[in-house]
Design a protein around this ligand. Structure first.
Ligand SMILES: Nc1ncnc2c1ncn2[C@@H]1O[C@H](COP(=O)(O)OP(=O)(O)OP(=O)(O)O)[C@@H](O)[C@H]1O
Length: 248
């Protein structure tokens, strides 16, 4: 397994948020984490990325290529984030800095790990890989010049410019028009073809049907079902899974 989460538990004060969560993902796979709002989906991603608030208490294990990463020092997490494991967020407008050109923001992500040399070329390539054909032009624009779908492509370029092995995405299409959602999901399928391990958090089984190889269903911080995508639609076991599916 490229990334392996084992018996992950998370508490905020007295509140037990994640309860013995275990799953793994290999290169070239898309795993969807499905569950209602508040079930703990984003908390799983935050635990993997080392982005939990200080008052959070965690136990268990998160291994990347066999090496424990849960509880690393912030300086160590910084070496991982963006370079080996990176994240695409729900709201591209909130993530992009309105004051800086697109090119600058992608380059910054690259320079943090590799230095200035080759940064522009890599950034343009990342934009093209994210489905932006006129990359040279978009490179010089500011975020407010772009549509929501284009901004999310830029965020994917930022997340992939260092060629990470794992890409995490938290509701990456929720803020977008239905017409562009499909195109963004196609990009995640392309990441899988490029050998990335992709974890997508969603509450939407429509998204699952479009991209997932495997699915874990989370309820109140617990994994209640874990299956390949065909089985989850054809033979859902848990009543909660059936309930989520009936909303589709
Ligand atoms: N920083 C925090 N401090 C305290 N409680 C938190 C914090 N972040 C999340 N929680 C709580 O943890 C629980 C799980 O939240 P989380 O955001 O992981 O769920 P989610 O399934 O991703 O929901 P959503 O789809 O709404 O983002 C919720 O009850 C939430 O209120």
């Amino acid at each position: 397994m490229l990334l392996e989460v084992e018996s992950l538990n998370l508490w905020y004060g007295e509140k037990h948020i994640l309860k013995d969560v275990s799953f793994g993902i290999d290169a070239g796979e898309v795993l969807c984490i499905v569950g209602e709002s508040g079930s703990g989906k984003s908390s799983i991603l935050a635990s993997i990325m080392g982005l939990l608030p200080k008052y959070a208490k965690v136990s268990g294990s998160v291994k990347f290529k066999g090496k424990e990463i849960l509880g690393l020092a912030e300086s160590e997490y910084r070496k991982l984030r963006g370079r080996y494991i990176s994240t695409v967020f729900q709201e591209p407008s909130a993530y992009l800095d309105p004051l800086f050109k697109i090119g600058t923001q992608i380059e910054e992500a690259y320079i943090a790990h590799f230095g200035k040399k080759g940064a522009k070329q890599k950034s343009l390539q990342a934009l093209k890989d994210a489905g932006i054909e006129d990359a040279e032009r978009v490179y010089r624009l500011y975020p407010h010049h772009l549509s929501g779908g284009m901004k999310q492509r830029v965020c994917i370029a930022i997340a992939t410019v260092c060629d990470p092995e794992v890409v995490l995405a938290d509701e990456p299409t929720t803020a977008l028009d239905v017409s562009v959602q499909e195109k963004i999901l196609a990009l995640f399928r392309r990441l899988r073809e490029r050998g990335k391990a992709v974890i997508i958090v969603t509450h939407d089984f429509g998204v699952v049907a479009e991209v997932a190889d495997r699915v874990i269903v989370l309820k109140d911080g617990q994994v209640v079902e874990q299956k390949d995508v065909f089985s989850i639609f054809d033979y859902p076991d848990h009543p909660y899974t059936k309930e989520l599916l009936s909303a589709l």
